[in-house]
Design a protein. Structure first.
Length: 200
């Protein structure tokens, strides 16, 4: 069984556009998703072709949303991930957005996303009155969520660090679970896993 995962788009020194995934994701699957294999998505293949083979989707980090940079690669990635989300919403496919992936979900559901500082490196989040350490590598934050989403975790600056859809199996977190220091708070991750098992 497969979990589809979107890839970063980068232009190499040879002026080639490459799809790539951080090697930490392979280690993460080996430790935390032993019943599934990662299926990196190629941007020239429609997600509809992948859909029959996957149990869920991870929208990974990397690249900025096109609304903040108007970069050709970000535009291409936004368009592809928007189509992925449309399919997953329609068919109730579990989705986990990580960092940029969470921003993509937030944008899809018309949340407020703004630039911010101070979210590079370790910082604390608060969940139901309890504090957890997370890693961070982003320059934009979800300032507030729409009525379709529920805020789960906040940073000290009141930005939304994690959220979930109120009815669909869709989750977002602004830190990197695949990197060191990413799993001190894992309840949202466990919720995502639970929705995967419900589809098996």
């Amino acid at each position: 069984m497969f979990i589809a995962i979107t890839q970063r788009l980068v232009e190499s020194s040879h002026k080639e556009v490459r799809e790539c995934l951080a090697s930490e994701w392979g280690e993460f699957f080996a430790r935390n998703l032993t019943s599934y294999l990662p299926l990196p998505l190629a941007y020239h293949i429609s997600f509809a072709q992948y859909a029959p083979f996957v149990r869920g989707v991870i929208l990974s980090g990397g690249n900025d949303l096109a609304c903040f940079c108007n970069d050709e690669l970000s535009i291409k990635r936004d368009s592809y991930e928007m189509a992925v989300l449309e399919h997953c919403v329609k068919h109730r496919v579990p989705v986990l957005g990580v960092c940029r992936g969470a921003q993509m979900i937030a944008q899809y559901f018309s949340c407020e996303i703004v630039p911010l500082q101070g979210h590079i490196g370790e910082h604390s989040i608060e969940v139901q009155g309890r504090s957890y350490k997370v890693n961070s590598f982003h320059n934009y934050c979800v300032r507030s969520v729409s009525s379709e989403l529920e805020s789960i975790a906040l940073a000290s600056d009141a930005s939304v660090e994690a959220f979930r859809h109120r009815e669909l199996p869709i989750f977002g977190m602004m830190w990197h679970i695949e990197r060191s220091g990413g799993m001190e708070y894992d309840e949202l991750w466990q919720s995502f896993l639970h929705t995967l098992k419900e589809r098996n």
